[in-house]
Design a binder for this molecule. Structure first.
Ligand code: P6P
Length: 334
């Protein structure tokens, strides 16, 4: 039986979208288009001059690779030209961007936060990378320029979130609050097909993803958890898998079960991952699929943001595994 396309899925599920006047559908369609454009470039990165350093530094002070710049510009342009959003924030932009509508007003109701190309340090070594997006309704009055408060919302206010993983195949995985669905791109015809309906994140798992190179800088609780995973007692063999690309590590854990950890370290005392456009959207998807996401103490989606690019410690994936980590971090062990 032919698989449903993303376009058909959006129309069929239109009624389920909160605020279902159709803008959110158009917004997902705009993300679909931008994803195809970026995918085309990512797949050609090895044979065009776009690979490698662009010479610029992004606001994180990191070498900005040309694909980073291209992905950032593509998503901002595609999302801004569709009369859907009134503001956008990006990992690659120091400040948020107000988006006027064609009438010169700011009637559109959604704001988007994106990490346009997460894991970009992997590009030159042909390892998968991803785009992460998070969507909210604005809080400030329609018809006025957006304000920082429109972006500094708790993750539980998200109306939609998702990622694109540019891997062995390109997938768009997203949720509008009614479960998580995955769509795989058929590059021959440029169409996304529903390949992973109603993704359920296994409650248990035996894969842990962490950069063990930071071991000496982890808290005692995290060190004990890593040793617990490495102990082979009974039928509990854990496997360590770390791609160095959040979207890819999380996507695998969504399908197979497992947990991703980015604790605080001496170098990153609040962890490395960004709350607003990495942790919140991934946490939203994890919970929608039956998983869990915490900063070691509290639910990620309950954190009250204070800065656009703030970092938080991040533990996300199979519910039982996240809860085990929380117990190790409070000192009570497995
Ligand atoms: P480290 C990529 O820069 C990223 O934000 C995530 O995609 C990835 O999981 C993590 O950082 C890798 O960080 O410090 O282990 O290289």
């Amino acid at each position: 039986m032919r698989k449903q396309t993303l376009g058909e899925f959006i129309i069929e599920n239109q009624k389920q979208f909160r605020y279902a006047e159709g803008e959110l559908s158009r917004l997902v369609n705009a993300i679909r288009l931008a994803a195809k454009v970026v995918n085309h470039k990512v797949n050609k990165a090895g044979i065009t001059d776009i690979i490698g350093e662009s010479g610029d530094l992004n606001i994180q002070g990191e070498e900005q690779k040309k694909l980073d710049v291209f992905a950032n510009e593509t998503f901002i342009k595609t999302l801004s030209n569709r009369e859907i959003i009134c503001g956008i924030a990006s990992e690659e932009e120091e400040d948020f961007i107000s988006v006027e509508s064609k009438t010169g007003q700011y009637q559109n109701k959604y704001v988007v936060l994106i990490d346009p190309l997460d894991g970009s340090s992997n590009i030159d070594v042909n390892v998968s990378v991803g785009t992460i997006f998070s969507i909210y309704k604005r809080l400030t009055p329609s018809g006025t320029p957006v304000k920082l408060e429109d972006f500094l919302q708790k993750g539980r206010n998200q109306v939609a979130a998702g990622y694109i993983v540019y891997g062995t195949s390109t997938m768009l995985v997203y949720s509008t609050g009614n479960g998580v669905n995955g769509f795989t791109l058929n590059p021959a015809i440029g169409t996304f097909y529903l390949s992973h309906p109603n993704i359920s994140l296994p409650k248990e798992g035996n894969i842990y993803s962490i950069n063990e190179g930071n071991y000496n800088h982890f808290s005692d609780g995290i060190k004990r958890y890593i040793k617990y995973c490495q102990k082979r007692e009974g039928n509990r063999p854990h496997t360590s898998r770390y791609i160095g690309s959040l979207v890819s590590d999380f996507h695998r854990n969504m399908i197979k079960g497992g947990v991703y950890l980015y604790p605080k370290t001496q170098k990153n005392e609040n962890g490395k991952l960004r709350l607003l456009y990495e942790c919140n959207p991934i946490a939203f998807l994890a919970e929608q699929a039956g998983g869990k996401a915490s900063d070691g103490k509290q639910r990620i989606l309950d954190i009250n943001p204070t800065q656009l690019h703030q970092r938080v410690p991040f533990f996300c994936g199979s519910k039982d595994m996240v809860e085990t980590i929380e117990r190790f971090m409070e000192g009570s062990g497995a």
